[in-house]
Design a protein around this ligand. Structure first.
Ligand SMILES: NC(=O)c1ccc[n+]([C@@H]2O[C@H](COP(=O)([O-])OP(=O)(O)OC[C@H]3O[C@@H](n4cnc5c(N)ncnc54)[C@H](O)[C@@H]3O)[C@@H](O)[C@H]2O)c1
Length: 388
């Protein structure tokens, strides 16, 4: 289930049509009624570019989303796992960070919608566990990377790789001495599955991440060595509340789950560089711009972006990746169709730019209605009762 706020359904094209796989478009801030055995609650924009774009919605996704998923888990008596984050430690005064550390978080800063949202989600999980004896699992995920990341979501690994491949300057915020620990996605997925299937008394929180620590400058050097190219390094001011050091203490994960990362950073970066090379080459080919590396002035010529750039496609229809990487949806930027017929078409041929801000459905007879949050208010459609 996904509302594709910060992802692309192209990532799951290979799974569509496979037995046992079903894709549902839904915004987690609204109640969901389905039958499932386990719930992995990962829905939340995770990169600063996306979560700071609409901070109120980010907090709602963390808090309302968790309440809705916990309500579903309670109804089904199903175990539920929360993808929490190392951001709950804020700018940590303790190094490395163990689960017993309560953190150092600014409650009113530009990152707070995410950091405090996840902290509140953790509170809800443990209250449901105490109050309703719900089997919960809370994973505190540290920086994770790998293929299928969006090229434009501003995370350090994907940004460096894309900049290196394009020959653009590598932008380092601050002097580059801040540290991070990078876990390859395969290791993370293994850890999450292990936590979900652990005995009921294992609730977490449990740190999942790679304990090898690198400075951001070291990461840039590794990416440049792997991606090649002659990018220069450009320093920019450090954003506020950016943590100085990040390194998980994973003793608890080792002891309780028998888990630790196995993919070294260089190997993970190599696979991710290969993925982005392929993706960016495809995008350039589709734009008809010759230079696959995307360097030089010609490569910087971009066709003008239309306000509705993503192709309108039938839901879940396999297609080749579109030429434009998905952009975070701007509120109220949707070009609304005018005629009744185009309303119907927009509802049936759902485009990437239509997001959780608008809900629509078609009746069996094909009648269509669409409502905007501002016009008719989500209140109208919320059930009168809560699943909690
Ligand atoms: N990748 C990391 O380094 C990292 C670190 C810490 C925590 N996490 C957590 O892990 C989870 C997955 O992160 P990711 O890196 O894959 O990020 P992502 O942005 O790629 O994935 C988040 C998914 O949630 C979806 N989503 C966002 N808002 C939604 C909503 N209201 N309703 C339904 N779906 C919604 C997005 O469309 C996207 O598919 C997130 O909860 C994130 O907070 C990730």
């Amino acid at each position: 289930m996904d509302n594709f706020y910060s992802s692309s359904r192209h990532n799951v094209l290979g799974l569509l049509g496979q037995p046992g796989f079903e894709l549902m478009r839904h915004d987690v801030t609204f109640p969901l009624y389905v039958e499932v055995d386990q719930i992995y609650h990962l829905a939340c924009p995770a990169s600063p570019v996306f979560y700071q774009r609409d901070p109120v919605q980010t907090t709602k996704t963390c808090v309302h989303g968790s309440i809705n998923m916990l309500g579903l888990a309670k109804r089904l008596r199903a175990p539920i796992l929360l993808a929490s984050t190392s951001e709950v430690y804020g700018d940590p005064a303790l190094h490395p960070q163990a689960e017993s550390y309560w953190g150092n978080v600014n409650p009113i800063g530009i990152r707070s919608c995410y950091d405090e949202g996840k902290r509140c989600a953790e509170t809800l999980f443990f209250d449901y566990n105490r109050q309703h004896a719900l089997p919960v699992k809370v994973a505190r995920i540290f920086n994770t990377f790998g293929p299928n990341m969006l090229p434009n979501d501003g995370r350090v690994v994907s940004s460096f790789i894309v900049q290196a491949i394009r020959g653009d300057p590598i932008t380092i915020f601050g002097d580059g001495s801040q540290t991070r620990s990078f876990c390859y996605v395969d290791d993370m997925v293994r850890g999450l599955i292990r936590l979900m299937n652990s005995p009921e008394e294992v609730t977490g929180p449990i740190n999942l991440g790679n304990p090898c620590e690198y400075t951001v400058t070291e990461l840039a050097q590794k990416v440049l060595a792997l991606a090649g190219g002659d990018s220069l390094v450009e320093h920019r001011p450090l954003p506020s509340d950016d943590p100085v050091r990040r390194k998980p203490d994973i003793s608890r994960a080792r002891e309780l789950l028998g888990w630790e990362p196995t993919v070294p950073l260089d190997e993970g970066l190599e696979r991710t560089v290969a993925y982005f090379r392929h993706t960016l080459r495809d995008q350039r080919d589709q734009r008809g711009l010759g230079d696959p590396r995307g360097t030089g002035p010609a490569a910087r010529v971009r066709p003008p972006r239309s306000p509705v750039s993503a192709p309108r496609l039938p839901f879940a229809t396999p297609v080749a990746p579109g030429p434009e990487p998905p952009q975070p949806p701007a509120r109220n930027s949707v070009v609304w169709p005018r005629t009744a017929r185009s309303w119907l078409v927009a509802g049936l041929l759902d485009g990437e730019e239509v997001d959780g801000w608008r809900r629509h459905s078609c009746s069996a007879a094909g009648a269509f209605w669409a409502r905007t949050r501002s016009a008719c208010s989500a209140r109208w459609r919320r059930p009168a009762f809560s699943p909690t």
